[in-house]
Design a binder for this molecule. Structure first.
Ligand code: GLY
Ligand code: MN
Ligand code: MN
Length: 442
């Protein structure tokens, strides 16, 4: 039996994928290394689709799938190299790719002729190529030039160029429905992240800086075995929370401000995505309580609604309905609800969606619509989504003065189950009393 390095069943995924591409071939280049400056690289993370199909984390590698070959799963990897290994650590090499990663055949990726010839040979017998155009320009050029070489070899057969399909349509669907081991990894990422948010609530106090909290989150993530961040942490005090993609994280936390943290740990390539808001001094002001309670009401109501048969659009519409009612009660909006919704009067205060797929990527792959792309698709057991309504009174929003500078979002990660859902991030408190008591522990 072939051995794989990771308990997730990569072999099973490859078989499913090969079945779906029928008489096609598929190519996946590894994520390119990004130079930061001179000979120093940015931290390397394997491309999610590449990892999903192989579990292989090294750069300079290629996966070639060929359904008509006796060796349908071929890997092209960096060969063993004592000098490189001295500087950068162990290299698996082609033999290791076969032994540890289940490759049916494996070759050096350094000798480019090996891949180029194998690709052309595979393409000649294929009906289509599955390859993601538009991700790496250099790779696009290489693939197009190889296809031109292959088409010339067809001679005067009258056959045209092979069609190219984006494999994300197949992989997106596969990745969208999580297996038990994937859901377990997401839950682990969620637990690690929830724990980090709790630590942040405990340590934050006026006079500290946003970056100190950012550092504490990272410490808690890595300290619990997370591989890396799932995305750049947002640690936004006061009005910074009204800037949706605030990343500077360099302001001092002031008394009476709220701190919004949107941060998630990645555990074995699966990421959590949690947002919590809490008062820096441990007590919500009256105005903060009003806005927070409105968002919490919408968020909890959407969580309750999330189950098979509902769509992300249903959840978003529901969040808007609740938030509009709440904004009316707070006299931020005036008028009939249906008109306010039709005219999108809520948009300055709630400018983003209510959630997204979650998995290996924070905004994970998978269709949001039916196969014909004309109706929102229904949620199914095994999907993991975020539910993250918010309200923002920022510099460009004309709301009551007393709410100016308040930005609140509450975000949970939710696994859809056959009977409803399971909130994976319940370890991070969101009720006002729970938050205040944690904040006052320091
Ligand atoms: N942290 C990114 C998001 O919530 O979508
Ligand atoms: Mn999110
Ligand atoms: Mn988030």
């Amino acid at each position: 039996m072939k051995k794989t390095l990771n308990p997730i069943d990569f072999d099973h995924r490859r078989k499913q994928f090969l079945n779906k591409i029928k008489k096609g071939i598929a190519v996946f280049p590894s994520a390119p290394e990004q130079i930061r400056n001179n000979d120093v690289h940015h931290e390397y993370r394997q491309d999610s689709n590449f990892y999903y199909l192989s579990g292989f984390e090294e750069p300079n590698s290629i996966l070639l799938f060929d359904t008509s070959s006796k060796t349908p799963f071929q890997m092209f990897v960096h060969p063993k190299d004592a000098t490189k290994e001295l500087w950068e650590g162990k290299i698996t090499g082609p033999e290791g790719a076969k032994r540890l990663y289940g490759a049916d055949a494996a070759f050096s990726s350094i000798d480019s002729k090996l891949f180029d010839d194998a690709f052309i040979h595979a393409l000649m017998n294929a009906e289509a190529l599955y390859y993601r155009v538009g991700i790496h320009e250099e790779w696009d050029r290489r693939i197009f030039s190889l296809m031109k070489r292959a088409v010339r070899q067809l001679g005067r057969t009258g056959r045209g160029m092979w069609p190219i399909h984006d494999p994300i349509e197949i992989l997106g669907e596969m990745r969208l429905i999580k297996t038990k081991s994937e859901a377990d990894r997401l839950e682990r990422a969620a637990n690690i992240t929830a724990e980090a948010h709790v630590s942040a609530m405990k340590i934050a106090k006026p006079g500290m800086y946003e970056y100190e909290i950012e550092a504490a989150l990272y410490h808690a993530f890595r300290g619990q075995g997370a591989g890396r961040l799932g995305y750049g942490s947002i640690v936004a005090a006061g009005a910074n929370a009204t800037v949706l993609h605030y990343v500077a994280n360099n302001k001092k936390l002031e008394d009476k401000e709220l701190l919004l943290i949107d941060a998630g740990a990645e555990f074995e390539y699966y990421t959590a995505d949690i947002t919590r808001c809490f008062p820096v001094n441990g007590r919500f002001t009256a105005e903060q309580t009003e806005i927070y309670s409105a968002v919490l009401k919408a968020q909890k109501s959407c969580v309750k609604m999330a189950r098979p048969g509902k769509s992300m659009k249903d959840l978003h519409n529901h969040a808007i309905e609740v938030l509009v009612e709440e904004l009316k009660k707070l006299k931020v909006l005036k008028g009939t609800s249906s008109t306010l919704i039709k005219e999108k009067a809520y948009l300055p205060f709630y400018p983003h969606g209510t959630g997204h797929w979650l998995g290996m990527d924070v905004h994970d792959s998978g269709r949001y619509f039916s196969e014909s792309y004309d109706t929102p698709r229904k949620l199914e057991p095994g999907m993991v989504i975020t539910i993250e309504p918010g309200l923002y009174f920022g510099a460009h929003t004309k709301g009551p003065q007393k709410y100016q500078g308040i930005g609140i979002r509450i975000e949970d990660d939710v696994l859809i189950t056959s009977s409803g859902n399971k909130v994976l991030t319940s370890g991070a408190p969101k009720e006002i009393e729970e938050i205040e008591s944690l904040c006052n522990l320091n």
